[in-house]
Design a protein around this ligand. Structure first.
Ligand code: C5P
Length: 423
């Protein structure tokens, strides 16, 4: 089963999505997609083709969306009797889920013989389609030709996936799961504050071996780092995520490298600093020490009950090293402190020589969905509200983006009220 992060009701707040449902067995999954889009704050308006109604009824979508479902180009409920124009003008994006082979063919050839196809042609909004069909239908030269046409016409294609199909066959053509489609749509609708930037992010714990089956690690879940990697990618950055051992799912459009120990994380980060990224965000809880006399065999209890004696060496401080590089990227550090948060975190920012340090308010955020952060920069500090890590990640991306040299107006002038630090 897929682990789904706790929903954030803010990511798609104010966005209006026109969900077009066409005739495929995956149409029932569009109801879940609608719920997922709503859980992120979007308003969803559903339009169905005639064929779609053979798979799922209008009442389901009407009940879930709280809006009338449109199926007919001549619908009299639209005041000017021009549903195809009205509906697309109200939307931020037109999303066709599932998109059947027939509907793709119609779109690619500009046919407009029902409400949804007419609406797509009349639309002045981005179009995204999630194909869903039997693998032979997907592989057919006609479908592939239509796909190319749709891409060159500017449509975003979400999926398809490979796997078991309702017809009993296995292959490429099944629809992506609603959560993944929602992730792709969220990325499309996120302002590209980090466009053109390359960002290296570390996340999760490290694991220092004692012997082949035992080791020293910490309680970091990787949630905050993965949410940040996701938010940075959604904002248009090219993201390289270097992750310690964690069960987090790799976010959409993020390149992930898995490591185990601090030394491996150090090597992976340094490799990714050639050429220099624009930004380095160090969220990982890196072990300060490693065991230098780790055994290559499992340590056994001895008859004399002698406990093993471990010897430690200090691990490299990855963040300090990156911050000290010539032409260093813009560095963001994290801190978890158990006491004197502001003083310790301010001192850490200076010691590691990073422009922005983010401290967890409250030491026990490991593994939780919510967090509260204290942001410290050269001007002072400010704390966030207690929010989901997902929405804190979006807030942090804005904070990072406004501190970077960026072309274009508007990113640097929204002056957050920082309090001056005494130290
Ligand atoms: O020194 P401390 O572990 O409290 O500092 C935390 C910050 O430094 C985090 O950003 C963490 O990712 C980074 N760090 C590091 N390498 C280490 C230890 C911490 O990059 N060896």
């Amino acid at each position: 089963m897929k682990l789904i992060p706790s929903p954030s009701r803010t990511e798609l707040r104010g966005k209006s999505i026109l969900l077009g449902v066409t005739g495929g067995v995956a149409a029932y999954k569009s109801a879940n997609l609608l719920r997922e889009l709503q859980s992120r704050g979007a308003k969803v308006q559903v339009v169905m083709t005639e064929a779609a109604q053979h798979f799922i009824g209008t009442a389901t979508f009407q009940a879930l969306s709280g809006e009338p479902v449109y199926t007919d180009a001549w619908d009299q409920r639209v005041s000017n009797a021009m549903a195809h124009i009205e509906l697309s003008r109200q939307a931020d994006i037109v999303l066709i889920v599932p998109a059947s082979a027939d509907f793709m063919a119609k779109l690619a050839n500009g046919l407009a013989d029902d409400l949804l196809s007419t609406l797509c042609i009349a639309s002045n909004k981005p179009l995204a389609i999630a194909p869903s069909m039997n693998r032979e239908m997907w592989a057919h030269p006609a479908t592939q030709r239509n796909l190319k046409t749709l891409i060159s016409d500017g449509a975003a294609i979400i999926g398809p996936d490979t796997g078991d199909q309702a017809c009993g066959e296995t292959g490429l053509g099944r629809m992506l799961e609603p959560y993944d489609i929602c992730e792709a749509v969220t990325a499309m609708l996120t302002p590209k504050l980090m466009a053109g930037k390359r960002v290296v992010v570390t996340a999760g714990p490290t694991y220092e071996a004692i012997d082949p089956v035992r080791g020293i690690t910490n309680r970091s879940s990787g949630k905050m780092g993965f949410e940040l990697a996701r938010a940075l990618a959604n904002a248009g950055a090219k993201v390289e995520l270097i992750a310690g051992p964690t069960f987090q799912l790799t976010p959409h459009d993020v390149k992930r490298t898995d490591v185990t120990s601090a030394l491996q994380m150090h090597a992976a980060v340094m490799r990714n600093c050639e050429p220099r990224p624009d930004v380095f965000v160090s969220v990982a809880a890196v072990a300060d020490w490693r065991v230098v006399n780790a055994s290559d065999r499992k340590l056994k209890k001895t008859a004399k009950r002698k406990v093993p004696e471990l010897e430690f060496a200090e691990n490299p401080d990855i963040l300090s090293e990156v911050a000290a590089l010539p032409d260093a990227p813009y560095c963001v550090g994290f801190a978890a402190e158990s006491q004197d948060l502001l003083d310790n975190a301010t001192a850490k920012r200076a010691r590691k020589n990073v422009p922005l340090l983010v401290a967890n308010i409250g030491p026990a955020t490991f593994g939780l969905d919510d967090n509260q952060l204290l942001l410290i920069d050269e001007n002072g500090h400010r704390s966030t509200a207690v929010r989901s890590k997902r929405s804190l990640a979006t807030e942090l991306v804005k904070e990072i983006a406004r501190r970077l040299p960026m072309p274009g107006p508007g990113l640097h002038d929204d002056g957050f009220a920082f309090q001056k630090s005494d130290s």
